[in-house]
Ligand binder design. Structure first.
Ligand code: KG4
Ligand code: ZN
Length: 326
């Protein structure tokens, strides 16, 4: 079974080809250079860049995989959540391709896809808890199996990656700030500054990150930018404290066999280690994807599509409706 995955929900054009459970190609065209000048993603520029690149990335992906378009059996495409104009480029491309090849097109939820980046891991067992930590989302899901996801908690304000990016901006770093904050934090002392964290009510599984960002802003206004490394390390520690505390809470409420993390932020090695250290004392498998499957990519969409097809579950497909008057 050859599955093409298309991802254009934000600022990465991702195309992947998965043959059964083997990754044949996973190409990602980042738009970081386009948006960096503006200090954040400009939606109109994002959709234009997707539109001008998607065809080439698709062809390069086929070349890398050594496949012909006619060999593709199924297409999966991210249809929500995301930037409307960007999503439209991927969905239109997928529908056109599916129509011309006469094959089904499956619409895939971006957050489910982020977590499914862990589905090729042979140690995965259900039920599981999934945590998505990305630029646009921070959300817990209860996973009964590969396909049944229930949202059980999410951020009430900023997403985790968004907070990294905003702190990066406060410190005068480029966009996206997340990777730069992590790099700078390596040189700093995480115990130097105590940024207050917000855990919400006692059992809440929701998140709130805007307070940490505001504390960093006030700290910088008062003390200036002299010790950027200590600020980054202390901020990163505060984020880690929130994630681990919320993980403890979710596991107390939902006894599960695995805990999965997905999304761009889990590329952060400090946060990975915080999770790994915590799970050493737990009888639960902790799974996170390799770095190239953490950021927005096409293969995670192929993986989720693969499981939809394999489980033969009637699922909403994107229908190509041609008006009889045309
Ligand atoms: O999953 P993703 O590629 O896109 C969304 O679905 O939003 O995540 C992008 C986010 C950005 O906010 C970026 O700053 C953050 O992931 N990120 C990081 C790191 N690498 C990427 N945050 C912290 N540390 C990193 N090393
Ligand atoms: Zn994402």
């Amino acid at each position: 079974m050859l599955v093409l995955g298309i991802e254009t929900s934000c600022d990465e054009t991702g195309i992947g080809l998965l043959k059964n459970k083997k990754i044949l190609a996973n190409l990602i065209a980042s738009q970081e250079d386009i948006h960096a000048v503006y200090g954040g993603i400009v939606p109109e520029l994002a959709s234009r860049a997707h539109a001008s690149r998607i065809d080439n990335i698709f062809k390069l992906c086929l070349k890398k995989a050594g496949c012909k378009p006619e060999e593709i059996d199924f297409i999966g495409v991210t249809y929500q959540p995301g930037l409307k104009g960007s999503l439209l480029v991927g969905v239109s491309f997928a529908i056109g391709l599916g129509y011309s090849l006469g094959i089904p097109v499956y619409k895939i939820n971006h957050l489910h896809a982020h977590l499914s980046a862990n589905f090729l891991n042979p140690f995965l067992e259900f039920p599981a808890i999934g945590l998505v930590i990305s630029g646009g989302h921070t959300e817990f899901f209860y996973l009964r199996d590969h396909l049944n996801f229930t949202s059980i908690g999410k951020t009430l304000d900023d997403a985790c990656g968004e907070t990294f990016d905003k702190v990066g901006r406060i410190l005068g770093f480029g966009f996206p700030g997340g990777p730069i904050v992590e790099k700078e934090a390596k040189k700093g002392d995480e115990n130097k500054i105590k940024f207050p964290i917000t855990l919400l009510s006692k059992d809440s599984l929701n998140f709130s990150f805007s307070g940490i960002k505001t504390s960093v802003l006030y700290y910088v206004k008062k003390n200036g930018l002299k010790n950027k490394s200590d600020i980054c390390a202390s901020f990163q520690k505060a984020i880690g404290d929130v994630l681990i505390e919320k993980t403890k809470r979710v596991l107390k409420k939902y006894p599960v066999k695995s805990f999965l993390v997905g999304g761009g932020v889990i590329q952060n090695e400090y946060l990975r280690k915080r999770f790994q250290d915590f799970f050493k004392s737990q009888k639960i498998k902790f799974l996170f994807p390799p770095k190239n499957l953490c950021i927005d990519n096409g293969i995670m969409v192929s993986i989720f599509t693969y499981f939809l097809v394999k489980n033969k579950i009637p699922t909403p497909k994107l229908k190509i409706e041609v008006s009889p008057t045309i």
